[in-house]
Design a protein around this ligand. Structure first.
Ligand code: PRP
Length: 211
């Protein structure tokens, strides 16, 4: 068995901050600061191997065991429902999943609501809890444009600062669920690499609770 613990980190702005937490918790990998094109870094001294993956792919690597642990947004976990353990809330990457639309939009309950989103499962679940009939329009980005061009009535999307909505004259109507980054573990790794995974989890929890 691989002695190093394989850790999938989300590439990008959030990932840098996530790595920072691992480093401050005592699991640094100095080489990571030297090269920004390389995707895999290891530090045999403290037994870790990091790799950068697309944020929405972290849960796939962890679910299939290519990574033992990783950090994924709660949005991704709710949308894809991967078969992994959720170990900790890192209390960062905080945002919310919200329904938004054009200023003055009136929802006529007698008509099917057209909802554009990158998150069809979260959207379906939310509207089914309201017994509201919807037509989902699955998009991959720039969701905010959909109601402006009349492609949809509303959107379900991530709102962090609210700037993107504001600058496109949209307004948040409802919050569906708060989101933050979570430490997740592969289920088999959790059993066979339990000591190391628990040590990292505890060190991270301690750092998060103190900061
Ligand atoms: C997300 C989301 C919004 C924006 C919200 O997009 O889809 O567009 O962030 O942030 P704000 O409330 O601070 O303006 P992201 O940057 O993740 O890009 P993506 O659409 O490519 O996923």
């Amino acid at each position: 068995m691989d002695k190093l613990l394989n850790i999938a980190l989300p590439k990008g702005r959030l990932g840098e901050k996530v790595y920072d937490i691992f480093e401050k918790a005592g699991y640094g990998c100095p080489a990571i600061h030297e090269n920004n094109r390389k995707l895999i870094f290891e530090n045999e001294e403290n037994g870790v191997r990091y790799f950068w993956v697309k944020p929405s792919d972290v849960a796939i690597y962890v679910e299939r065991g290519a990574a033992d642990i990783g950090v994924a947004g709660k949005d991704i976990l709710l949308e894809y429902n991967p078969d992994v353990y959720e170990l900790s809330d890192l209390k960062m990457g905080k945002c919310r999943m919200a329904v938004a639309g054009m200023e003055g939009f009136f929802d006529n309950p007698e008509r099917t609501l057209r909802v554009a989103t990158k998150f069809p499962n979260i959207t379906k679940k939310y509207y089914s809890s309201l017994s509201r009939e919807i037509d989902i329009i699955k998009l991959n980005g720039s969701i905010e444009i959909a109601p402006i061009l009349g492609l949809s009535d509303v959107i379900v999307d991530i709102v962090e600062t609210g700037t993107t909505l504001k600058e496109n004259n949209l307004r948040p109507f409802e919050t569906i669920v708060p989101i933050s980054a979570r430490l997740i573990s592969n289920k088999v790794s959790y059993k066979f690499k339990n000591k190391m995974i628990c040590e990292i989890k505890d060190a991270i929890d301690e750092y998060v609770s103190e900061n």
